[in-house]
Design a protein around this ligand. Structure first.
Ligand SMILES: Nc1ncnc2c1ncn2[C@@H]1O[C@H](COP(=O)(O)OP(=O)(O)OP(=O)(O)O)[C@@H](O)[C@H]1O
Ligand SMILES: [Mg+2]
Length: 360
C-alpha cells in the first residue's frame, strides 16, 4: 500500500492552545479520508499542516511518500503537490472562470494551459463557462470551479475544508457525488473536513474523528458506525440508544427483552441503533409514542417505555404513526454491541445531537 498522506505524531500549538495533539493519519493513495469532529477540534489545522501553511511542533508529515515536514525537513507549500479548497471559497473575483483555473498554471505555455482549462471544465461539467465571472455563478458552480482550480496543477493530494457547507441540502448531495467522481478521475488522495456525519459516512473510504486535537477513532464508515470505540463516538456518528444492564452468560436482561451481548459478565451499556428496533402497534403495549419525526421515506419515533426512559426507533413504511399510540418495541438484530460501564459517562454532552441519552 502506498501512502498518499502520512502524519506521524504530529502536534501543533498556538500559544497556550494545543490545536493538534500527537495525530497519526495514514491515507492510502487515491483514497478519500473524511475528517470529522466538533468545532475547534483541530480539523482545519490538520489540513493546514498537510498543505504546509503551518509547521508542526513535533512529528512528521509525508505527501506521496516524500517527507515534507519533520526534523530538519521543510518543503514549502507550493512545492508539496497539495491543493487546498477552502471553506469560504476564494475564487478571484476579478478573474473569469478560465482565469481562475489558469492562475495556478504559470509554467505551462498558452496552448497547454488552454487545454488543461478545457479539460478541467469538462471534468466539473462547466464547459462553456470560461468567460463567466465568479459573481455570475451559482453557489454549486462556484464550488465546482474552486475544486477545479485546486486540481489544475495536478496535485497528488487535495485537502478540502468543509467544501459543501455553504450549499443547500439538495445541492450538497449532488455535488458530493460529483466531487467523489472527479477525485477518482484525477486519482488524487483527498482529505475532506466536514461537520456533517452523513457526509462523512457516505463519502469517506475512511473516517477519522477528532476530539480536542486528538484522533478519537479511525476506520471505515461501517466500522465507525457499527463498532464505535466509545459511547460518545456512537452518539456522535448517528443516533444511538443506550441501555444499561448486567451481562450474564452472554445475555443481558433489558426492558427490550434478553439481548445477546458481545462481552463477558458484568455491568454493560448496550448500543442500540434506531434501525435495529422494530415497533408494532399493540393496545396493551408497554411503550407509548410521544413524538414522531416524519421523513417520508421513514419516520423517527420516540417511545416512552415503562421504565421512564425514551427510545428512538426508525420505522420504515408509509403510514404515519400518531403520538399517544401504544406500541411494543423489539430488538430486531443479532448480537448487540456493548461498552464497559466505566466508559459510559453521559455520552452526547459534547455534541449537538438529538437523542442519545442513556435509556435509564
Ligand atoms: N492561528 C491561530 N492562532 C491561535 N489559535 C488558533 C489558530 N488557528 C486555530 N487556533 C485554535 O486551534 C484550535 C483548533 O482550530 P481549528 O481551526 O483547527 O478547528 P476546527 O476543527 O477546524 O474548527 P471548526 O469546525 O470550527 O472550523 C481552536 O481552539 C482554535 O481557536
Ligand atoms: Mg475549521
Amino acid at each position: 500500500m502506498s501512502a498518499g498522506v502520512e502524519l506521524r505524531g504530529v502536534s501543533k500549538a498556538f500559544g497556550p492552545v494545543q490545536a493538534v495533539r500527537d495525530v497519526d493519519l495514514l491515507a492510502r493513495s487515491g483514497s478519500l479520508t473524511a475528517l470529522l469532529g466538533p468545532s475547534g477540534c483541530g480539523k482545519t489545522t490538520t489540513l493546514r499542516l498537510i498543505a504546509g501553511f503551518e509547521a508542526p511542533d513535533s512529528g512528521h508529515v509525508a505527501v506521496a511518500g516524500q517527507t515534507v515536514a519533520g526534523v530538519g525537513v521543510w518543503v514549502a507549500p507550493e512545492r508539496r503537490r497539495v491543493g487546498m479548497v477552502f471553506q469560504h471559497l476564494a475564487l478571484f473575483p476579478h478573474l473569469d472562470v478560465a482565469g481562475n483555473l489558469a492562475y495556478g498554471l504559470p509554467e505551462l505555455d498558452r496552448r497547454a494551459r488552454r487545454a488543461r482549462v478545457g479539460e478541467l471544465l469538462e471534468l466539473v461539467g462547466l464547459s462553456g463557462y470560461e468567460r463567466r465571472y465568479p459573481d455570475e455563478l451559482s453557489g454549486g458552480q462556484a464550488q465546482r470551479v474552486a475544486v477545479a482550480r485546486a486540481l489544475a496543477p495536478r496535485p497528488a493530494v487535495l485537502v478540502l475544508d468543509e467544501p459543501f457547507s455553504s450549499l443547500d441540502v439538495g445541492l450538497r448531495g449532488e455535488l458530493r457525488g460529483e466531487v467523489r467522481r472527479i477525485l477518482a478521475a484525477e486519482g488524487v488522495t483527498a482529505v475532506l473536513v466536514t461537520h456533517d456525519q452523513e457526509e462523512a459516512l457516505s463519502l469517506g473510504d475512511e473516517i477519522m474523528v477528532m476530539l480536542d486535537g486528538r484522533v478519537a477513532q479511525v476506520g471505515t464508515p461501517d466500522e465507525l458506525y457499527r463498532r464505535p470505540a466509545t459511547p460518545e463516538l456512537a452518539a456522535f456518528l448517528g443516533e444511538a440508544n443506550f441501555i444499561a444492564g448486567e451481562a450474564r452468560g452472554g445475555w443481558m436482561e433489558t426492558d427490550l427483552g434478553a439481548l445477546r451481548v458481545d462481552a463477558g459478565d458484568g455491568q454493560r451499556l448496550a448500543l442500540v441503533r434506531p434501525e435495529d428496533l422494530q415497533l408494532s402497534e399493540l393496545d396493551d403495549g408497554l411503550g407509548r409514542v410521544v413524538d414522531v419525526e416524519y421523513h417520508g421515506h421513514d419516520q423517527m419515533v420516540t417511545v416512552l417505555g415503562p421504565f421512564g426512559g425514551q427510545l428512538r426507533v426508525r420505522l420504515q413504511g408509509h403510514r404515519r404513526l400518531q403520538p399517544g399510540v401504544r406500541v411494543q418495541v423489539r430488538y430486531a438484530s443479532d448480537e448487540v454491541m456493548t461498552f464497559p460501564v466505566s466508559d459510559s459517562k453521559a455520552p452526547a454532552q459534547a455534541f449537538p445531537i438529538q437523542a442519545s441519552s442513556p435509556a435509564q
